[in-house]
Design a protein around this ligand. Structure first.
Ligand SMILES: CC(C)(COP(=O)(O)OP(=O)(O)OC[C@H]1O[C@@H](n2cnc3c(N)ncnc32)[C@H](O)[C@@H]1OP(=O)(O)O)[C@@H](O)C(=O)NCCC(=O)NCCS
Length: 408
């Protein structure tokens, strides 16, 4: 690497001093790089202070000697990720990858990513994951491999179905009072979705998930309850730029896409346990939440807005059944599209054990370089959908998808 740069960690103490690697300088650096695309400083501050696993030794910066400034940065976010069958691995989420425009193409990002890999190996992280829309080749050079995630887009304007839902009440989630219910519902993901994150701390729930700060997006967190003791919640988001465009030019602008970051419906039974509900109940609660979110966003159910979610969350077969049993046009085949997100990349840091894709066969051990096998594992097809009661065979749908509220 160019001798004009040194690789360092950020320094937490002495923030008041003008150290070029102080935490404040790190936030300033990220704001300089990402500010022009609309990400405010508050977003990075919140990602730091709301993260109970934050580790300054996992933040790498390249300091330029002259002028003395952060030229590039990479941060490792420490999480635990759920695989199926009670398997859990520690994961290093790569984020805050940013090189000042005046210092690009000198190998700085690569150098810091290598330092991050060494850090992950030395501190017990098993696998690494990241999402990028623009820089796949950068990460591919260091061994991360793309694992496509399938998403589904539905036209909500096609009709949300019978929306008058007597007895169902939607309101904003109160991350204090509703926390136990939400946590119990979220646990449904552990048996259903591969690669969802564990959320072990109430602090993380309240501050990272519940207090999401990003002026580029409007996040709607809603809970729906019914008299039958069933509850559901959803966290949805829409791009502010799309919303503003649509509000000012409703005739010509395309209607916004509403992304479902997570949605679960169930009947809390006792301490942290949830019973799954039949599909028609599930669909009724889901539609109520979506209708409520649409009105909160200032849209109407006849606007041509789209709903997007990981296909693993609501497989095609589940949507077929919803459309057949409720008459909800949005869920029908003619109003849905399956799309791919090729920006998710994984890298194995230390050997991990996974159940064999063939039932009855021994576990397989995957090590660094076996990312293609990891991708196959992540994308194992769902046999039976288990987000609602009753069996729905979903032979071709993958179980992989569902990271958005934890994103870094
Ligand atoms: C992407 C970014 C981090 C690269 O930083 P960098 O320090 O210039 O990266 P490196 O010099 O280590 O480049 C390594 C490789 O990344 C790829 N790369 C770097 N910049 C690129 C660009 N603008 N377009 C396409 N590929 C790029 C190239 O493959 C490059 O290798 P090469 O120079 O041998 O062709 C930097 O341009 C940046 O901060 N961009 C804005 C923020 C951003 O997009 N961050 C990544 C979010 S996932």
């Amino acid at each position: 690497m160019d001798t004009n740069y040194t690789v360092e960690n950020i320094r937490l103490s002495g923030d008041a001093s003008p150290a070029p690697n102080s935490l404040d300088a790190f936030f300033d650096h990220l704001t300089t790089v990402f500010g022009p695309v609309g990400t405010p400083r508050l977003y990075f501050q919140n990602h730091w202070f709301a993260d109970p696993n934050r580790d300054d030794k996992g933040v790498f910066v390249a300091i330029c000697k002259s002028p003395a400034e952060i030229a590039s940065s990479v941060r490792v976010y420490r999480r635990n990720v759920n695989f199926l069958e009670d398997l859990q691995y520690s994961v290093g989420g790569i984020g805050d990858v940013a090189t000042l425009p005046s210092h690009t193409r000198r190998g700085l990002a690569q150098r810091l990513l290598q330092a991050s890999v060494d850090y992950m190996a030395a501190t017990g992280i098993d696998v690494s994951v990241l999402h990028t829309s623009t820089a796949v080749p950068l990460y591919a050079k260091l061994g991360w491999k793309v694992c496509v995630m399938f998403l589904t887009t539905c036209e909500i304007g096609a009709g949300l179905g019978p929306l008058a839902q007597p007895g169902l009440q939607c309101r904003q989630i109160d991350f204090e009072a509703d926390l136990e219910t939400i946590k119990a519902l979220y646990r449904i993901s552990e048996t259903q979705l591969v690669a969802s994150f564990r959320r072990d701390s109430d602090f993380y729930w309240k501050e990272y998930i519940g207090n999401y700060q990003d002026s580029r997006r409007t996040v709607i967190s809603g809970i729906v309850t019914g008299q039958d003791g069933v509850a559901g919640y959803a966290i949805l988001e829409a791009s502010n730029a799309e919303l503003a465009q649509f509000r000012s030019h409703p005739e010509t602008a395309s209607a916004p896409t509403i992304n479902i970051r997570e949605v679960f419906v169930g009947r809390p039974i006792k301490q942290g346990q949830v019973e799954l509900v039949p599909l028609d109940t599930f669909a009724r609660y889901l539609e109520s939440l979506v209708a409520w979110a649409i009105s909160r966003l200032g849209l109407t159910s006849t606007d041509a807005a789209k709903l997007r979610f990981p296909s693993a969350l609501l497989p095609n077969e589940v949507l077929d059944r919803i459309s057949a049993s409720t008459g909800s046009a949005w869920a029908s085949r003619t109003h849905r599209q399956n799309v791919q997100d090729g920006g998710w990349m994984w890298k194995i840091i230390r050997p991990i054990r996974l159940p064999s894709p063939t039932p009855g066969e021994e576990q397989q051990v995957l090590g660094p370089g076996d990312e293609d096998d990891l991708a196959k594992y992540l994308r194992q097809p769902v046999g039976i959908y288990c987000g609602c009661a009753g069996n729905i065979a979903c032979p071709g749908t993958e179980r992989y998808g569902f990271l958005r509220s934890d994103s870094f």
